[in-house]
Write a protein that binds this ligand. Structure first.
Ligand code: PMV
Length: 348
């Protein structure tokens, strides 16, 4: 089939890992399995316009607009992504592309947009593939979208579906794969279906160390093997926790994973620290509040200083009150984002 021109738009959420991916092999294969909550509010909307070119060319023809302005500086990353996925999408050089992308979260808030951005781009390109080959099934569509997104940014493969996604081959989750993220394949206790994530923006500065550089440092890391083994064990424990809803055990794993991620950064060579003093202030206050109020609130961290505050929906009023009264003071310009688990990407 040929398709002369068209356009498609996908909204794709970000995700937050509970068991962290940190360390990778060739071709974006994770060194250990990970599991994440798909978010709802934090997302990227990407519109892809495609127009058949008059003749084949060896180079890609891409124009990229971010939040309405032409951004040639973003092109090398996008071209690298196209180059990587070209073997799986041979039609990419037959088209001229105009891409418009925008994030729901504040610009340079320190929230990584690579997962939602690469996810949205992969889904838009899959919609074009479906135009060219209408026979492809829905399963294939989402699996290949996750496969392509992974090649853009590893964790992006977990942003296609929701509310819980597993990525990385492991014995506890049937059907898990290093190549794609799969939807959590078992019964999920209802408490997790509406879990809340309030993201406290502690530091909006550019990361001193990119996640690519961080992953690479795991190659020569003295604790790497133990860490990868631990991720498998934590995933195995979470399997049962997700079924029965034991939040104390959930908290113990999630917080340990966050601190372990940062411990890996502090114990690599070169070493680095992404947490800020306010990150630690917030963590300590969460611990105090949890005991004082008999709450199930906990935290997790990404590769940065921001804190994700996780809690069950029935605590929403009280935890938000606590956040406003005690934690906002430690955020840059008092900024935070109220989010919750979501069901994955949507075509608009
Ligand atoms: O997808 P990347 O290569 O940006 O790596 C993300 C790694 C963490 O966010 C720190 C953990 C994770 O599993 O998302």
């Amino acid at each position: 089939a040929t398709k002369e021109r068209g356009e498609v738009t996908w909204k794709t959420p970000s995700n937050i890992a509970l068991v962290k991916y940190w360390g990778k092999k060739e071709n974006q294969i994770p060194a250990n399995p990970s599991i994440s909550f798909t978010l709802d509010t934090c997302s990227t909307i990407t519109r892809l316009e495609y127009l058949k070119r008059d003749s084949y060319s060896e180079t890609f023809d891409i124009q990229f607009f971010f939040e309405n302005s032409l951004k040639p500086s973003f092109l090398p990353k996008i071209e690298q992504f196209f180059e990587r996925i070209f073997p799986y999408m041979p039609f990419l050089k037959d088209y001229k592309f105009v891409i418009h992308s925008a994030n729901s979260f504040p610009h340079s808030s320190g929230i990584a947009s690579s997962a939602s951005g690469m996810g949205a781009m992969a889904l838009c390109l899959m919609s074009l593939e479906k135009e060219l080959n209408p026979e492809i099934s829905e399963d294939f569509f989402f699996q290949k979208a996750s496969f392509l997104a992974r090649l853009g940014s590893g964790s992006a493969c977990r942003s296609i579906q929701g509310p819980v996604v597993v990525w990385g081959s492991n014995d506890s989750f049937v059907g898990s794969s290093d190549l794609i993220g799969i939807q959590h394949p078992y019964e999920l206790h209802s408490v997790f279906k509406t879990y809340q994530d309030t993201i406290l923006l502690v530091d909006k500065g550019e990361k001193q160390v990119s996640s690519t550089a961080g992953h690479d440092l795991m190659y020569s890391h003295p604790f790497a093997d133990k860490r990868f083994e631990q991720a498998h064990q934590n995933l195995d424990k979470l399997k049962q926790i997700f079924k029965v809803g034991n939040l104390d055990e959930f908290i113990a794993i999630v917080e340990s994973e966050a601190l372990t991620l940062h411990a890996m950064m502090m114990t690599s060579y070169p070493y680095f620290i992404l947490m800020k003093p306010n990150t630690l202030e917030i963590i300590n206050r969460i611990w105090e509040y949890r005991i004082k109020c008999n709450s199930k609130v906990c935290f997790t961290l990404d590769a940065g200083a921001n804190v994700h505050v996780l809690y069950p929906e029935h605590e929403k009023t009280s935890v938000l009150e606590f956040i406003k009264n005690e934690l906002i003071a430690f955020c840059q310009n008092g900024q935070y984002i109220c989010d919750q688990v979501g069901s994955g990407a949507k075509k608009l």
